[in-house]
Design a binder for this molecule. Sequence first.
Ligand SMILES: Nc1ncnc2c1ncn2[C@@H]1O[C@H](COP(=O)(O)OP(=O)(O)OP(=O)(O)O)[C@@H](O)[C@H]1O
Ligand code: SF4
Ligand SMILES: [Mg+2]
Length: 352
Amino acid sequence: MGDPQLTVEDLYVRFPTSRGTVEAVNGVNFTLEKGQMLGIVGESGSGKSVTAKTLMNLLPRTAEVDGNITFEGDDVRAVAKERRKHFWGVKMTMVFQDPMTSLNPVKRCGEQITETLRYHLGDDKATARKKAIDLLEQVGVPEPAKRVDQYPHELSGGLRQRVVIAMALACEPSLLIADEPTTAVDVTVQKRLLDLLDGLRRDRGMSMILITHDLGVARGRCDDVAVMYGGRLVERAPTETLFADSRHPYTEALLRTIPRIDQPSHTRLEPIAGRPPELIDPAEECAFAPRCRYAQPDCLGTIPPVGGVRGQHEFACFHPANTERGRQALDANLAAGQTVTGLQIQANAGVN
Ligand SMILES: Nc1ncnc2c1ncn2[C@@H]1O[C@H](COP(=O)(O)OP(=O)(O)OP(=O)(O)O)[C@@H](O)[C@H]1O
Ligand code: SF4
Ligand SMILES: [Mg+2]
């Protein structure tokens, strides 16, 4: 296997604000192989979109970025600085949560696709229009020859999102980043759109990063899943390993928020108690400690480094779930009825 298609090394993103500096992304590392589908999962505010926007060069100018990003041999941050011919919108594209942020309400759907084709690929008007109709057909828009001439407001939410996907696919990207692409539509449409994206990815040999707060969405679709918490990547593993043998207590807690195939349908799902961490002036401790059932005194002294098997199953935790060390920590906390941070815990709420 050659070099990975995408390499992200020690990525930091900071936003200076009047309240202080928001430490949005804190030392994130990951790689993506060509054709692979990586899920990035985490609660609201964990840094998923900021990571994606850094890759796409879409951060506001005030953002302070550090780290190395390489995409198909190019140094992404250097390309952004030099303003030379770039790959955004062509080889690397992104689909956002709300289709209306990508669509221009006063332009016909077809025009929005043909503009991309004409600008980036230099297609003439007729070729671009034909390609736009083909693309709409590929993404499952019925009567594409009629839809090209319609305005976004004339389409349903699901169809609009398909138009956005068609736009993102227009220049045959080799990497598509989909940031919560289906949260604005209902569950059935959501499944159809995700299946569509997955099918297109396979047909085109395209890589994909699928960003979602729902681990259930990543299952069965993503090859690997990376879990983010407080701007850090706290666990990454092949999807089935993550589901069967998670190590980070946050991943374990996330797993309990989604229905399991082997559970009766009335099983109560548990939301994760507590709030996401503070990103301005965070303490030098494990950011999950206040919500963690396994927390021990050493978790409050240092930020846990990423360990495990590099490139295979990585996690950042001092007392990992599904290990002897983790079981001892949890047993001690259960016996005490609480953790070192004062989190009250009970045996019947646990998985062990
Ligand atoms: N331009 C900005 N200025 C200041 N803070 C920002 C800016 N953009 C993002 N942030 C902060 O960075 C943190 C990470 O945000 P991000 O949008 O990446 O979260 P997310 O994981 O995508 O969450 P969600 O699931 O809600 O989309 C949040 O605390 C957010 O408020
Ligand atoms: S056991 Fe400690 S290091 Fe691991 S997640 Fe819990 S608080 Fe963090
Ligand atoms: Mg987001």
